[in-house]
Design a protein around this ligand. Structure first.
Ligand SMILES: Cc1cc2nc3c(=O)[nH]c(=O)nc-3n(C[C@H](O)[C@H](O)[C@H](O)COP(=O)(O)OP(=O)(O)OC[C@H]3O[C@@H](n4cnc5c(N)ncnc54)[C@H](O)[C@@H]3O)c2cc1C
Length: 485
């Protein structure tokens, strides 16, 4: 089934408990902190089932259509199809909805390709993963994930009271309490995948549980950060923050009952991490992240060129060099994305996944480059954002507007167009919303130091050492030959 935007919005009115400051939000589809972003997600549901997109965004099985990201890929063609679906979702949301509905199912699709890993923990858990993916795809559901324990409960100090943990079991499953972080898009999701991607210590066995719950499960509450959408005054002044504020939330569990069929790991500390890294889960999930980044980068690069033009800077060689660096970065990422699919890897099960090395190289490049890219483009804007009038009321016809048009116009743009451009650039690259994106790009795949380690772990070091060994052997074969000549 391919859900409509209307059905999606209706599903959000399900009694979920969203805490916004001290307020308990009744309906995220009408609340001023969330409603326009809810509409943006709904629009994605409508776009993907529209006649011009439906073939690129879905696949058929048993006479039914499903969203492309629910398929566990079995060929390069499947991967190409999946990649194009990610790219379109990212394009429609300007690369600003990091945890769009194609993110978490990609992790779970990857995990479903190695059910034996879960079966080793408990017979039936592999089947639970496959069934859960099937449940999501049949309802075309939106899942988020919270796979970190709060910072306060890590390390030698051991678990704290607020720490997430299993507090008991009942006939039908487990009972959990405590906090999990950090649920981007959780407010807009149907379901949450709960686990831990960071290693747990041997004393944390009560935290070693991975499971899924509906967002409106009894005992679940989401505590949301400050809203950018709420403070977005207009579509012109806040084009992005007014409609793409996916939100971040801490989830609090109070004696929540989770049935066994939604449990995927139970008191197994290694499996908590292995399910991401010893299956294609992490690489398939982050393939979506790379596509999302590339679509955002295309917009940023467009802004850089237009800023240079509006500033009359395009002819300056140093500025051309800056634009060249930005263009080279975009091409590097697009090349890595192509290589991820072209050089895909196979599993004995007959499944395929994107190439690990190119995925992790791209992830590392994105996490390390974003703040530099944003800074380069902000530099190109110069004082541009600060010479504009206070707000978009200046675009309304009248005396002030006429003075504005006469004095702020440039050869290539009216003052109004220039105003809209500068506001767009500011919202994306310098606002409060932009600050969240800088932090997000740094952390979405884990902390920055881990980004380098992924590539360390996946590089063919023995092959590289072999090249060095051949040279060293060659030196030894006739050490004095040059000296004798
Ligand atoms: C906007 C945003 C959205 C997010 N969305 C989600 C989501 O949807 N789901 C989810 O589960 N998580 C999400 N996260 C959480 C994200 O995965 C974590 O932020 C990330 O894993 C880092 O964990 P941390 O924030 O606890 O930082 P920490 O691990 O506490 O790290 C803090 C700083 O210390 C440094 N540091 C720590 N240890 C070392 C070390 N050994 N060597 C060198 N430096 C070190 C780190 O590099 C970092 O700079 C999101 C985060 C952000 C910022």
């Amino acid at each position: 089934m391919l859900r409509s935007g209307k059905d999606y919005l209706a599903s959000l009115r399900d009694g979920r408990r969203i805490r916004f400051g001290k307020e308990l939000v009744g309906d995220v589809t009408t609340h001023p902190a969330f409603r326009r972003t809810a509409q943006s997600f709904a629009r994605l549901y409508d776009l993907k089932r529209s006649p011009e997109n439906i073939a690129a965004m879905s696949y058929e099985e048993g006479g039914e259509l499903y969203s492309a990201w629910f398929k566990a890929p079995q060929s390069k063609t499947d991967l190409q199809h999946r990649a194009e679906a990610h790219r379109r979702v990212a394009q429609w949301s300007c690369g600003l909805l990091g945890r769009s509905m194609d993110h978490v199912p990609s992790f779970i699709a990857g995990m479903s390709m190695k059910p034996e890993l879960f079966e080793a923990n408990c017979p039936g858990f592999g089947r639970n993963v496959i069934n859960y993916l099937d449940y999501l795809r049949k309802g075309d559901l939106f899942a988020c994930y919270l796979v970190l324990t709060p910072q306060t409960s890590r390390g030698v100090a051991g678990p704290t009271k607020a720490n997430f943990r299993m507090v008991g079991e009942y006939d039908g499953g487990i009972i959990v309490s405590g906090q999990k972080m950090l649920g981007a898009s959780a407010v807009f999701s149907d379901e949450a995948w709960i686990g831990s991607m960071i290693p747990l210590g041997p004393d944390q066995v009560e935290e070693a549980v991975t499971f899924a719950v509906p967002i409106n499960a009894p005992g679940v509450e989401l505590w949301v950060r400050k809203s950018f959408e709420l403070n977005a005054t207009s579509r012109v002044d806040n084009y992005f923050s007014s409609q793409f504020d996916e939100t971040d939330a801490v989830m609090i569990f109070s004696d929540v009952k989770v049935p066994w069929e939604r449990v995927f790991c139970h008191r197994d500390i290694p499996l908590m991490r292995d399910m991401y890294f010893k299956t294609p889960g992490h690489v398939l999930g982050n393939h979506q992240s790379n596509w999302r980044f590339s679509e955002k980068l295309k917009i940023i690069n467009g802004i850089s060129h237009q800023a240079a033009e509006y500033g009359n800077l395009l002819g300056i060689p140093a500025v051309q060099q800056t634009l060249g660096r930005l263009a080279a970065g975009e091409a590097t990422l697009l090349g890595l994305l192509s290589a991820q699919v072209d050089q895909c890897q196979s599993l004995p099960s007959g499944h395929v996944h994107v190439n690990n090395r190119y995925l992790y190289a791209a992830l590392q490049w994105c996490a390390h480059s974003y703040h530099e890219i944003a800074e380069e483009v902000r530099l190109l804007l110069g004082a541009g954002p600060f010479i504009m009038p206070a707000d978009d009321s200046i675009l309304e016809e009248g005396e002030a507007h006429d003075v504005f048009e006469q004095n702020w116009k440039i050869t290539s743009a009216t003052a109004s167009k220039r105003y809209r451009f500068v506001r767009m650039a500011w919202d994306l690259l310098s606002s409060d919303f932009a600050g969240r994106h800088q932090q997000y790009e740094r952390f979405y795949g884990g902390p920055p130091h881990i980004m380098d380690l992924y590539s360390f772990w996946h590089a063919p070091w023995l092959e590289r050492r072999e090249g060095v060994r051949r040279i060293l052997d060659d030196m030894m074969s006739d050490p004095l030959s040059h000296a004798a000549e």
